[in-house]
Write a protein that binds this ligand. Structure first.
Ligand SMILES: Cc1ncc(COP(=O)(O)O)c(C=O)c1O
Length: 440
């Protein structure tokens, strides 16, 4: 799959690779299909996998958004929960049925599943020995390349997950300032410092003051309350909408005035809105930032980056993980960066997302169904339904028509969403909306 969406569209055409040779492409396709067959799970109805998962995995799925109830809501239907293989923007479930995926693994994948160059890099890293007593050279290489791309990245530290990276950034800010209080806006994963869930000590919860997105007044009030105990303001710079630049500037001013750290969580915006994240677009540079998801196109990698002074206190606290520098995810990220150097991946994601939304908007208009619209930014957009029950009904119907939309959260554009994918998206959305109209 040589990323057809960017041929002729990016800064430069995609480079000639062995995949461009028809013969070798056909051969590698055949080899991949053979590999799929060898590793396919025993054929079973979706419900069997769902039932087995629900018996052994306490929540049914280790990733919250992949639980059956998260995928389909109350839709009590025989809908897929487990996949056998994925390629481009298409996954094949355990029953052998193909689905076009608009969710792209919660935005972890922006090129496409099983992108050949990424896969080749990962396989090469694995066959060379994934880990050893020593660090991989790829850790240094990738850190240097991120330093050249991300405005605030004077230093770089790798983790495996977004939640870990966000927790590490907050730990660095607290260590640097010797303060505890944090002002936050966004989603940062499941760790204690940012969670309101059962099991989190009340004393930890009290250290975070949550503020609404893009409201300067609320930010000012929270800053006044924290006063000189403020360690950090942690923001997701884009939540459904682009923020006003004044909001981000105000956060910067507050941090500068009281000596706190400004942290941007660029898990979703990094290598999607721009390679260097939203900080490269808005012109407000944070002290620390975290990246992940599209950075390694589906392999587990996150990065904490930031100003030298703040990053350096990593040696005064303890932030470490056994597999933080394993080679496969680093190799995947290096291959992703190669793509970004050779083609304007982010511009293509924006254009593709615009076309995905337009396809769904046309389907909504043609159906006459009310109470639903598309929102968000083009690279990560969502369907907003007034009635959650109708949303679940829609998502289930669309799945029955071969397209997986995200319920209650973002759909992510990928380079692999080509013209035929766009047609499938419009057709499935139309069919599902007609079913909604007849149902309601
Ligand atoms: C902005 C942001 N930060 C942090 C996280 C947590 O990342 P992970 O699920 O990899 O721990 C997410 C996950 O969706 C996210 O979107």
């Amino acid at each position: 799959m040589p990323l057809p969406r960017i041929f002729g569209r990016g800064k430069t055409d995609a480079p000639p690779t062995s995949q461009d040779d028809d013969r070798s492409s056909a051969e590698s396709d055949a080899a991949e299909r053979e590999a799929d067959l060898e590793t396919e799970p025993e054929t079973a109805a979706h419900t069997t996998w769902r039932e087995r998962a629900e018996r052994i995995i306490p929540t049914g799925a280790s990733t919250g958004s992949k639980r059956a109830a998260s995928l389909y809501g109350d839709a009590d239907a025989d809908l897929p929960t487990h996949f056998a293989s994925a390629r481009g923007a298409v996954l094949t479930d355990t029953d052998g049925t193909e689905y076009l995926d608009c969710t792209m693994a919660l935005g972890a994948v922006a090129l496409g599943y099983r992108e050949p160059r990424v896969t080749e890099a990962v396989v090469q890293a694995a066959t060379q020995g994934n880990v050893s007593a020593l660090s991989s050279w790829r850790e240094v290489e990738l850190a240097e390349r991120l330093h050249a791309i991300i405005p605030c990245a004077e230093r770089v530290l790798f983790m495996k997950t977004g939640a870990e990276a966000a927790a590490a950034a907050v730990r660095l800010a607290r260590t640097y300032t010797a303060r505890e209080q944090v002002i936050a806006c966004g989603y940062f994963g499941w760790h204690d410092w940012c969670s309101d869930s059962a099991g989190v000590p009340a004393s930890v919860r009290r250290t975070v003051d949550w503020v609404p997105f893009d409201e300067i007044g609320a930010l000012d009030l929270a800053a006044a309350a924290a006063a000189s105990s403020l360690a950090a303001i942690v923001l997701e710079p884009v939540i459904e909408h682009l923020p006003s630049v004044e909001w981000l500037q105000r956060a910067r001013e507050i941090c500068d005035a009281v000596g706190a750290a400004l942290i941007f969580d660029e898990l979703k915006t990094g290598f999607r809105v721009a390679p260097g994240g939203y900080q490269d677009v808005c012109g407000v540079t944070p002290d620390l930032a975290v990246f992940g998801k599209a950075l390694a196109n589906g392999y587990p990698l996150a990065a904490v980056v930031g100003r030298d002074a703040l990053m350096s206190v990593a040696s005064e606290t303890w932030i470490s993980s056994t597999l933080a520098s394993e080679s496969t995810a680093l190799a995947a990220a290096l291959a992703v960066l190669d793509w970004h150097e050779e083609a304007d991946i982010c511009a293509t994601l924006a254009e593709t997302g615009r076309e995905m939304r337009a396809a769904v908007d046309r389907a909504i208009a043609a159906s006459g169904v009310g109470g639903v619209s598309t929102e968000g930014i083009d690279q990560m957009w969502l369907m907003r339904w007034r009635d959650p029950a109708l949303e679940s009904f829609f998502v289930a119907e669309a799945a029955r028509n071969g397209v997986l939309f995200k319920r209650g959260a973002y759909n992510f554009a990928a380079i692999a969403h080509d013209e035929s994918a766009l047609r499938d998206i419009e057709a499935a959305a139309s069919a599902a909306l007609v079913a909604v109209r007849e149902h309601s």
